[in-house]
Design a protein around this ligand. Structure first.
Ligand code: MRU
Length: 359
């Protein structure tokens, strides 16, 4: 199944409500622009490619009700304001707007629906490209192993099929390797504060039958020091034209540890996640600050099966919650794109995407 699709009655969009995983599985129906904006802001959907796909569908929902220039501009602005870091959001909104704006109002909704469907299919194709490009990296490590050894891959947050329309980005080469019969094992960072690793990546890998172990966010460096990590693959919310990578908070620390231990650190970067206008990620990429309650409370399943949130901070302590960080290009071994693997440099990206000269 996919993470987002047109409802069977053709009048709404349906999504997997990711706030319910892994303890429950629920489909949510988005009928209005406000529903789509809420789904992104409240993280019923999340992950850079899926944020973009939901935004494209959100414009369609808005245009179904009002296809005037003013409504289009307002819907674009509303959706753009939902989350700041993933560039896929702006990319998707600009693309749909560019397609529908020249059309008469009567034709806009149908055109937006057609493009949203195409963009979802395209996302899956891009991720399959990442799978093909990244598989040889895992195969090369497997070839150096003894027959009884596994390739140990560490990942952070969730850059799996739940973060995209399907397949995922960082997980794409992992699923491809597993499906090809290579012995892989994934170290899954729990990824505080929202626990996308423990809740979503582990759920995905479990359902796909990929051997994996959830670890505390702080365990990665130790595992690398002891030779238990062969490779790190993470996703990205925004990669600059020079190869700096914004991803879930804590990614930078993994890159530092990987660098110190000689562990290859790859970023799965589909082209819609590349911001060709930026050249200095640390200064230029907007970092989302989320609410302190995400840090203060943990949601889990109690022994009686009910799902509940509990507080883990002393009442009265302040909490800060920057949701992303920037890994400088010098710490990135390579970018795995749908067109192949390149160095995290302007030259590397230009070689693969010659039409996208940085601006
Ligand atoms: O806050 P989230 O859950 O939207 O953050 C998601 C990530 O950081 C992912 O690694 C990134 O979006 C890449 S998804 C293919």
């Amino acid at each position: 199944m996919r993470t987002i699709w047109l409802a069977a009655d053709g009048s709404a969009v349906e999504i997997i409500d990711q706030t319910r995983l892994p303890h429950g599985f629920a489909i949510a129906r988005l009928e209005t622009l406000a529903d789509a904006a809420h789904a992104i802001r409240a993280m019923l959907v999340r992950g850079a490619p899926l944020i973009g796909a939901t935004a494209a569908w959100g414009l369609w929902l808005a245009l179904c009700r009002d296809a005037t220039d003013a409504a289009l501009a307002q819907a674009h602005a509303t959706l753009l304001a939902t989350r700041p870091t993933a560039v896929n959001l702006r990319w998707a909104l600009d693309r749909v707007r560019a397609r529908v704006a020249p059309l008469p109002a009567t034709e806009r909704a149908a055109a937006a629906r057609g493009l949203a469907i195409a963009m979802c299919d395209e996302d899956v194709a891009l991720n399959r490209g990442i799978a093909s490009a990244g598989l040889p990296l895992i195969r090369a490590i497997a070839a150096r192993k003894r027959p009884d050894e596994r390739v140990n891959i560490l990942t952070h947050c969730n850059a799996g099929w739940l973060a995209a329309v399907d397949v995922g980005t960082a997980t794409a080469p992992i699923y491809a390797a597993h499906d090809a019969g290579l012995a892989v094992h994934v170290w899954v960072d729990e990824t505080r504060p929202r626990n996308q690793g423990a809740s979503l990546t582990a759920w995905e890998l479990l359902n796909h039958g990929v051997p994996h172990t959830v670890i505390a966010d702080n365990a990665g460096g130790h595992l690398m020091q002891h030779g238990h990590v062969d490779l790190v693959i993470v996703g990205t919310d925004r990669t600059t034209a020079t190869g700096d990578v914004a991803n879930k908070i804590g990614t930078y620390l993994k890159a530092l540890a990987a660098h110190d231990n000689g562990v290859p650190f790859y970023v799965a970067a589909p082209s819609p996640s590349i911001d060709w206008t930026l050249h200095d990620g640390r200064r230029e990429i907007p970092i989302e600050e989320r609410g302190a309650e995400e840090l203060a409370q943990i949601t889990g399943r109690l022994a009686d099966g009910t799902v509940a949130s509990v507080s883990v901070l002393p009442a009265g302590s302040a909490a800060a919650n920057p949701a992303f960080d920037v890994t400088p290009a010098r710490l990135v071994t390579g970018l795995i794109t749908e067109r192949g693997v390149c160095s995290a440099t302007a030259e590397g990206l230009r070689t693969l995407f010659p039409g996208h000269a940085s601006k």
